[in-house]
Write a protein that binds this ligand. Structure first.
Ligand code: F6R
Length: 633
């Protein structure tokens, strides 16, 4: 049954690491097989976020397991145009940094399109690139990533099936998606040299990798949809040896996971029933209690009727699950023990830690709940996990430097040390090249700006100053968009704070599916810390519940929500003003991703959307709802 939806073979791994190891092993065995046959192995290679772990694994295989690249010839898919080969964002540089500088490949065998070729020569250059691929005997194995819009290489939607290596324009969505590398959208090149779809499809074997939930919708379209030039990756359905390698998050929109009841046998757990009924009700725009046996049959839920009986009885069960998830008491309702309430009545008051990856995630993602917890008498602490310094513009720093200098002048303060720091900071910003990594002083000033905003928000909610904790986790402090993985020190700092406060509940950003971002590392750090404390035998930790909110980017699927906190229109406004306090994050923010809305708009849209969905399902209509899922670590 599964195959009837999937038109490209798919391999699914628990995470990006396992998937990358699989890909690396495929590549390695092809290289060694060709070595035995005394042949060259021609690889087509990709850049971007997706292959970084794969290249790291290939480098490991070379260093530790003797994998040699001496018979390997490579052709990269693409390069920005125009771009200096030395530029931080150039794919020529990317390939050296992540692979070529660390393996024994003959430099003469490396081909990456050249973004420095004069415009009038590009056409001939592209023809030559194609010829070189042919001369090498064609590509044995092509590695691909996939853009959110379905592009492969830089073949954007609309690219011709038979296209060849050429100069092409980048889609605006690609420029936005890749702007994280450039600090600012205006710096992202508008053109690129890319192999064509026809070039790619001539490869004898293709492996396309996709990691993370953000890729899930486009993976579903490419694998299960019609072949269309609007989704270039769907054209791979015509290739006779192409496999999509996914992590679980990137596979979530495939029918077998999204609606398993349509793809064959499925186990009808309460969670699955809720998912099926809620999705069906939303799809056909009917309240849950109005679904009929016929609706169940028409929407592929006949099996559920066979197993559980009448539609109305199932509807009621699901309705109660939805109803019981809604509560105005995120810390539990004191005095009254409600059997199906999401949180426990006792102890009251609770000690709560809101872990906020950046200095504004607390208010953006759970501002209403934060306020309620405080107003309902709980001892609320906020742990700001990272400094968030990367997202402050240089202009903003200059404004604060002006303030600092003005302040000193105004009050006749003449501190040599401070004057020096301010003068150096100014001088640095004036001569700073785009994409240069900030000095530690500038980073510290940027972090301080965000720290002051976070403190102001806590005061606005009503917290005493000692309840905000600034953890400055070291994994974040690279000065670049690329962060280090979680380290021992990160966990140690978190263990110390948890031991000091011994919370009854913690709230964390639960972007489980985000493979690279700060939020995921921040979540992993808290989980590692709680597990360590538990393993070391502290009892209190067994009574500490973990609730996950989603970051500023996505929201939980309505059927997953286990605690829904409604908000009145006044509370929505109060939250909005709380977000406004983060002035450094308003208007033009560096690295804000592909969503051009400001954070307060995203939060309001998400919260009102959740409220509307509850109403659509036949529950009370609130102005807004914040959503949480309990995580058992
Ligand atoms: C890279 C390339 C692109 C990327 C795609 C995904 O050489 O041609 O098609 O594979 O944009 O990028 P990431 O992996 O950064 O999500």
């Amino acid at each position: 049954m599964v195959d009837s939806f999937e038109k490209i073979p798919v391999k699914i791994f628990t995470d990006i690491r396992e998937g990358s190891v699989f890909m690396a092993n495929e590549i390695a065995s092809l290289i060694t097989q060709k070595q035995k046959e005394n042949q060259t192995c021609v690889l087509g290679l990709a850049t971007g976020n997706s292959p970084k772990t794969l290249y790291a694994e290939l480098v490991r295989l070379h260093r530790n397991e003797g994998l040699s690249f001496r018979n390997v010839v490579t052709f990269n898919l693409d390069e920005y145009y125009p771009i200096d080969k030395q530029a931080l964002q150039s794919y020529n540089r990317f390939m050296k940094t992540h692979l070529f500088d660390h393996v024994d490949i003959d430099p003469a065998n490396i081909h990456v399109p050249d973004g420095e070729v004069p415009k009038e020569e590009v056409k001939a250059y592209c023809l030559e690139y194609e010829r070189k691929i042919e001369d090498a005997g064609g590509i044995d194995l092509q590695i691909l990533g996939i853009g959110n819009n379905g592009h492969i290489g830089f073949n954007e939607p609309g690219s011709n099936t038979n296209s060849r290596t050429r100069l092409t324009a980048l889609d605006n969505s690609t420029r936005i998606a890749n702007s994280y590398e450039f600090a600012n959208i205006s710096l992202v090149p508008r053109l690129a040299i890319t192999m064509g779809i026809g070039t790619i499809c001539k490869a004898r074997k293709i492996l396309l990798m996709a990691w993370g939930q953000v890729k899930a919708p486009v993976v579903q379209k490419a694998v299960e949809g019609h072949i269309t030039e609007q989704i270039p990756a769907s054209i791979l359905q015509q290739h006779n040896d192409c496999v999509f390698v996914l992590d679980e998050a990137a596979a979530t929109e495939l029918t077998r996971f999204k609606s398993p009841w349509l793809a064959g046998d499925c186990e009808w757990t309460p969670k699955m029933i809720k998912k099926a009924v809620v999705n069906t009700a939303l799809k056909i725009n009917k309240p849950v209690l109005s679904l009929t046996n016929t609706d169940y049959m028409d929407q592929g839920l006949g099996e559920l009727l066979v197993e559980k009986g009448d539609a109305y009885a199932i509807n009621l069960d699901v309705y109660y699950m939805l109803r019981d998830s809604i509560t105005g008491w995120p810390g539990g309702k004191p005095q009254i023990a409600l059997p199906n309430h999401p949180e426990r009545t006792t102890p009251y008051p609770k000690r709560t830690i809101i872990f906020s990856p950046h200095p504004d995630d607390d208010i953006i993602s759970m501002g209403g709940t934060f306020q309620r917890l405080h107003d309902q008498g709980h001892d609320v602490h906020v742990a700001y996990q990272t400094s968030g310094n990367i997202a402050v513009t240089d202009e903003f720093v200059t404004r604060f430097l002006d303030f600092a200098v003005g302040f000193e002048d105004m009050f006749g303060i003449d501190s040599k040390k401070s004057n020096e720091i301010l003068a150096q900071a100014r001088e640095y910003l004036e001569r700073k090249k785009s994409n240069e990594v900030d000095t530690p002083e500038i980073r510290a000033i940027k972090g301080l700006i965000r720290r002051c905003e976070a403190k102001a928000t806590c005061r606005y909610v009503g917290l005493p100053d000692e309840n905000s904790h600034f953890m400055n986790l070291p994994f974040y402090e690279t000065g670049t968009i690329e962060k280090n993985p979680m380290g021992e020190k990160d966990v140690e700092i978190t263990v110390d704070l948890l031991r000091k406060l011994k919370p009854h509940q913690v709230f964390c950003a639960g972007d489980l599916a985000d493979p690279h971002g700060t939020h995921k590392v921040c979540l992993d750090v808290v989980i590692a810390a709680l597990r360590q404390i538990r393993d070391e035998g502290d009892d209190w930790v067994n009574e500490c519940w973990m609730w996950l909110y989603k970051g500023a980017w996505q929201e939980w699927d309505i059927s997953e929500i286990e605690m829904a906190i409604p908000m009145s229109p006044d509370q929505v406004m109060k939250k909005r003003y709380g977000i406004f306090i983060h002035q450094s994050q308003k208007d033009m923010v560096p690295f804000q991703g592909s969503d051009s809305r400001e954070f307060w708009q995203r939060a309001e849209d998400r919260n009102s959307n959740t409220a509307n969905q509850y109403a659509q399902l036949g529950l009370t209509k609130y102005a807004a709802v914040e959503a949480f899922v309990r995580w058992k670590y």
